[in-house]
Design a protein around this ligand. Structure first.
Ligand code: SAM
Length: 232
Protein backbone atom coordinates (compact mmCIF):
# COMPACT_ATOMS: atom_id res chain seq x y z
CA UNK A 1 0.00 0.00 0.00
CA UNK A 2 1.43 3.31 -1.04
CA UNK A 3 1.26 6.78 0.39
CA UNK A 4 -0.71 7.80 -2.75
CA UNK A 5 -3.37 5.26 -1.82
CA UNK A 6 -3.52 6.50 1.79
CA UNK A 7 -3.93 9.99 0.42
CA UNK A 8 -6.59 9.04 -2.13
CA UNK A 9 -8.61 7.18 0.51
CA UNK A 10 -8.22 10.13 2.89
CA UNK A 11 -9.61 12.47 0.21
CA UNK A 12 -12.47 10.06 -0.51
CA UNK A 13 -13.40 9.76 3.17
CA UNK A 14 -13.30 13.51 3.72
CA UNK A 15 -15.40 14.17 0.59
CA UNK A 16 -17.88 11.39 1.34
CA UNK A 17 -18.29 10.96 5.06
CA UNK A 18 -17.74 14.45 6.41
CA UNK A 19 -20.27 17.22 6.04
CA UNK A 20 -18.64 20.00 4.00
CA UNK A 21 -17.31 22.80 6.19
CA UNK A 22 -16.47 25.82 4.07
CA UNK A 23 -15.33 27.88 7.06
CA UNK A 24 -12.59 25.46 8.10
CA UNK A 25 -11.57 24.94 4.46
CA UNK A 26 -11.17 28.73 4.18
CA UNK A 27 -8.99 28.85 7.29
CA UNK A 28 -6.77 26.06 5.97
CA UNK A 29 -6.40 27.80 2.59
CA UNK A 30 -5.75 31.21 4.14
CA UNK A 31 -3.11 29.69 6.42
CA UNK A 32 -1.27 28.22 3.44
CA UNK A 33 -1.68 31.44 1.43
CA UNK A 34 -0.13 33.38 4.30
CA UNK A 35 2.96 31.20 3.91
CA UNK A 36 2.64 29.32 7.22
CA UNK A 37 3.85 25.71 7.12
CA UNK A 38 1.13 23.22 6.07
CA UNK A 39 1.35 21.23 9.30
CA UNK A 40 -2.19 21.63 10.63
CA UNK A 41 -4.15 18.49 11.50
CA UNK A 42 -5.87 16.74 8.58
CA UNK A 43 -9.58 17.53 8.08
CA UNK A 44 -10.66 14.14 9.38
CA UNK A 45 -8.74 14.66 12.60
CA UNK A 46 -9.97 18.22 13.04
CA UNK A 47 -13.51 16.94 12.69
CA UNK A 48 -12.80 14.08 15.11
CA UNK A 49 -11.47 16.49 17.75
CA UNK A 50 -14.52 18.72 17.31
CA UNK A 51 -16.74 15.67 17.81
CA UNK A 52 -14.74 14.61 20.88
CA UNK A 53 -15.14 18.09 22.36
CA UNK A 54 -18.87 17.93 21.67
CA UNK A 55 -19.17 14.40 23.12
CA UNK A 56 -17.36 15.65 26.23
CA UNK A 57 -19.79 18.58 26.45
CA UNK A 58 -16.75 20.84 26.39
CA UNK A 59 -17.20 24.54 27.14
CA UNK A 60 -13.50 25.29 27.54
CA UNK A 61 -10.55 24.03 25.54
CA UNK A 62 -6.81 24.63 26.02
CA UNK A 63 -4.56 24.22 22.98
CA UNK A 64 -0.76 24.18 22.73
CA UNK A 65 0.26 25.26 19.20
CA UNK A 66 -2.12 27.48 17.23
CA UNK A 67 -0.45 27.86 13.83
CA UNK A 68 -3.15 29.49 11.64
CA UNK A 69 -6.00 28.49 13.91
CA UNK A 70 -7.24 25.48 11.94
CA UNK A 71 -7.59 23.04 14.86
CA UNK A 72 -8.51 26.01 17.06
CA UNK A 73 -11.49 26.67 14.80
CA UNK A 74 -12.83 23.11 15.11
CA UNK A 75 -12.71 23.48 18.90
CA UNK A 76 -14.21 26.98 18.82
CA UNK A 77 -17.14 25.67 16.79
CA UNK A 78 -17.55 22.70 19.13
CA UNK A 79 -17.68 24.69 22.40
CA UNK A 80 -20.61 26.71 21.09
CA UNK A 81 -21.62 30.28 21.93
CA UNK A 82 -20.30 31.21 25.35
CA UNK A 83 -17.60 28.55 25.17
CA UNK A 84 -13.92 29.45 25.12
CA UNK A 85 -10.71 28.25 23.53
CA UNK A 86 -7.37 29.37 24.97
CA UNK A 87 -4.57 28.68 22.53
CA UNK A 88 -0.82 29.12 23.07
CA UNK A 89 1.48 30.12 20.21
CA UNK A 90 5.14 31.13 20.10
CA UNK A 91 5.24 32.89 16.71
CA UNK A 92 3.54 36.33 16.66
CA UNK A 93 3.01 35.98 12.90
CA UNK A 94 1.17 32.67 13.36
CA UNK A 95 -1.01 34.24 16.05
CA UNK A 96 -1.80 37.15 13.71
CA UNK A 97 -2.89 34.84 10.90
CA UNK A 98 -4.93 32.74 13.33
CA UNK A 99 -6.61 35.85 14.73
CA UNK A 100 -7.63 36.98 11.25
CA UNK A 101 -8.88 33.50 10.31
CA UNK A 102 -10.92 33.03 13.48
CA UNK A 103 -12.42 36.52 13.24
CA UNK A 104 -13.33 35.89 9.59
CA UNK A 105 -15.07 32.66 10.66
CA UNK A 106 -17.10 34.62 13.22
CA UNK A 107 -15.54 32.65 16.10
CA UNK A 108 -12.92 35.14 17.23
CA UNK A 109 -14.79 36.19 20.35
CA UNK A 110 -14.54 32.64 21.72
CA UNK A 111 -10.77 32.40 21.29
CA UNK A 112 -7.97 33.85 23.37
CA UNK A 113 -4.54 33.55 21.75
CA UNK A 114 -1.57 33.86 24.13
CA UNK A 115 1.67 34.65 22.38
CA UNK A 116 4.94 33.38 23.83
CA UNK A 117 6.72 30.17 24.73
CA UNK A 118 3.96 27.84 25.87
CA UNK A 119 5.89 26.71 28.94
CA UNK A 120 5.74 30.31 30.17
CA UNK A 121 2.21 31.15 29.06
CA UNK A 122 0.79 27.94 30.49
CA UNK A 123 2.52 28.70 33.79
CA UNK A 124 0.80 32.09 33.77
CA UNK A 125 -2.51 30.29 33.33
CA UNK A 126 -1.72 28.00 36.27
CA UNK A 127 -0.61 30.93 38.45
CA UNK A 128 -3.75 32.90 37.64
CA UNK A 129 -5.99 30.00 38.66
CA UNK A 130 -7.31 29.32 35.15
CA UNK A 131 -9.16 26.14 34.35
CA UNK A 132 -10.05 23.42 34.79
CA UNK A 133 -10.35 22.93 31.04
CA UNK A 134 -12.65 20.30 29.57
CA UNK A 135 -10.37 19.36 26.66
CA UNK A 136 -6.63 19.95 26.15
CA UNK A 137 -4.91 19.54 22.76
CA UNK A 138 -1.10 19.36 22.81
CA UNK A 139 0.38 20.20 19.38
CA UNK A 140 3.31 22.63 19.78
CA UNK A 141 7.06 21.81 19.99
CA UNK A 142 7.02 18.08 20.66
CA UNK A 143 10.28 18.16 22.64
CA UNK A 144 8.32 19.75 25.49
CA UNK A 145 5.39 17.34 25.33
CA UNK A 146 5.87 15.71 28.71
CA UNK A 147 6.16 19.17 30.32
CA UNK A 148 2.97 20.25 28.58
CA UNK A 149 1.24 17.12 29.84
CA UNK A 150 2.30 17.97 33.41
CA UNK A 151 0.97 21.49 33.00
CA UNK A 152 -2.24 20.19 31.43
CA UNK A 153 -2.83 17.98 34.47
CA UNK A 154 -2.62 21.04 36.70
CA UNK A 155 -5.36 22.61 34.59
CA UNK A 156 -7.57 19.51 34.53
CA UNK A 157 -10.37 17.92 36.52
CA UNK A 158 -11.54 14.30 36.51
CA UNK A 159 -13.12 13.88 33.08
CA UNK A 160 -10.82 16.28 31.22
CA UNK A 161 -9.79 14.86 27.85
CA UNK A 162 -6.15 15.30 26.81
CA UNK A 163 -5.13 14.74 23.16
CA UNK A 164 -1.53 14.70 21.95
CA UNK A 165 -0.69 14.86 18.24
CA UNK A 166 2.06 13.38 16.04
CA UNK A 167 2.99 10.53 18.34
CA UNK A 168 4.14 8.08 15.64
CA UNK A 169 6.23 10.28 13.32
CA UNK A 170 6.58 7.81 10.47
CA UNK A 171 7.59 5.12 12.95
CA UNK A 172 10.46 7.15 14.42
CA UNK A 173 8.73 6.96 17.82
CA UNK A 174 10.54 3.62 18.22
CA UNK A 175 13.97 5.24 17.80
CA UNK A 176 15.41 5.74 21.28
CA UNK A 177 18.97 6.25 19.98
CA UNK A 178 18.71 10.02 20.41
CA UNK A 179 20.49 10.52 17.07
CA UNK A 180 17.70 11.04 14.49
CA UNK A 181 16.96 14.37 12.80
CA UNK A 182 14.04 15.01 15.17
CA UNK A 183 15.58 13.26 18.19
CA UNK A 184 14.42 15.89 20.68
CA UNK A 185 10.85 15.64 19.41
CA UNK A 186 10.93 11.85 19.48
CA UNK A 187 12.26 11.94 23.05
CA UNK A 188 9.47 14.34 24.03
CA UNK A 189 6.84 12.10 22.50
CA UNK A 190 8.27 8.97 24.13
CA UNK A 191 8.28 10.69 27.53
CA UNK A 192 4.71 11.84 26.95
CA UNK A 193 3.46 8.36 26.02
CA UNK A 194 5.31 6.81 28.97
CA UNK A 195 3.75 9.36 31.33
CA UNK A 196 0.30 8.70 29.90
CA UNK A 197 0.75 4.98 30.50
CA UNK A 198 2.28 5.29 33.98
CA UNK A 199 0.44 8.16 35.66
CA UNK A 200 -2.56 6.83 37.62
CA UNK A 201 -4.40 10.08 36.89
CA UNK A 202 -4.36 9.28 33.17
CA UNK A 203 -6.25 6.54 31.34
CA UNK A 204 -5.65 6.63 27.62
CA UNK A 205 -4.85 5.09 24.31
CA UNK A 206 -2.74 5.91 21.26
CA UNK A 207 -3.61 5.17 17.63
CA UNK A 208 -1.67 5.12 14.39
CA UNK A 209 -3.06 6.98 11.40
CA UNK A 210 -2.23 7.03 7.69
CA UNK A 211 -3.39 9.56 5.13
CA UNK A 212 -2.35 12.53 3.05
CA UNK A 213 0.18 13.47 5.73
CA UNK A 214 1.81 10.07 5.77
CA UNK A 215 2.11 7.75 8.78
CA UNK A 216 1.50 9.29 12.18
CA UNK A 217 -0.86 9.00 15.13
CA UNK A 218 -2.35 10.62 18.19
CA UNK A 219 -2.80 9.87 21.86
CA UNK A 220 -6.02 10.42 23.76
CA UNK A 221 -6.53 10.17 27.52
CA UNK A 222 -9.12 10.97 30.12
CA UNK A 223 -8.14 12.33 33.51
CA UNK A 224 -9.34 10.03 36.30
CA UNK A 225 -10.14 10.90 39.85
CA UNK A 226 -7.36 9.50 41.99
CA UNK A 227 -7.67 8.90 45.71
CA UNK A 228 -5.25 11.07 47.71
CA UNK A 229 -2.11 9.06 48.30
CA UNK A 230 -2.53 6.87 45.25
CA UNK A 231 -1.14 9.44 42.81
CA UNK A 232 2.10 9.65 44.76
N1 SAM B 1 -2.64 22.90 16.13
C1 SAM B 1 -2.40 23.48 14.82
C2 SAM B 1 -3.42 22.94 13.85
O1 SAM B 1 -3.62 21.69 13.82
O2 SAM B 1 -4.01 23.72 13.10
C3 SAM B 1 -1.01 23.17 14.31
C4 SAM B 1 0.09 23.55 15.25
S1 SAM B 1 1.71 23.41 14.52
C5 SAM B 1 1.86 21.67 14.34
C6 SAM B 1 2.76 23.78 15.89
C7 SAM B 1 2.74 25.22 16.33
O3 SAM B 1 3.41 25.31 17.59
C8 SAM B 1 3.44 26.18 15.38
O4 SAM B 1 2.59 27.25 15.05
C9 SAM B 1 4.64 26.66 16.18
O5 SAM B 1 4.99 28.02 15.93
C10 SAM B 1 4.14 26.50 17.60
N2 SAM B 1 5.21 26.40 18.60
C11 SAM B 1 6.46 25.89 18.44
N3 SAM B 1 7.15 25.99 19.60
C12 SAM B 1 6.33 26.57 20.49
C13 SAM B 1 6.46 26.95 21.85
N4 SAM B 1 7.60 26.74 22.55
N5 SAM B 1 5.40 27.53 22.46
C14 SAM B 1 4.26 27.72 21.79
N6 SAM B 1 4.07 27.39 20.51
C15 SAM B 1 5.10 26.83 19.86
Amino acid sequence: TSREQWSAVDDYLVETAIRPDAASDRTRAATHEAGLPPIEVPAGQGKLMGLIAELAGARSVLEFGTLGGYSTQWFAAAVGPGGTVTTLEYEPRHAEVARANLDAAGLGDRVQIRVGAALATVQELIDSGAGPFDVVFIDADKANNANYLDAALKLSRPGTVIIGDNVVRGGRVLDDSGTGADAADVAGIRAYLQRQGDDPRLDGTALQTVGGKGWDGFALAIVRDVEPGVAG
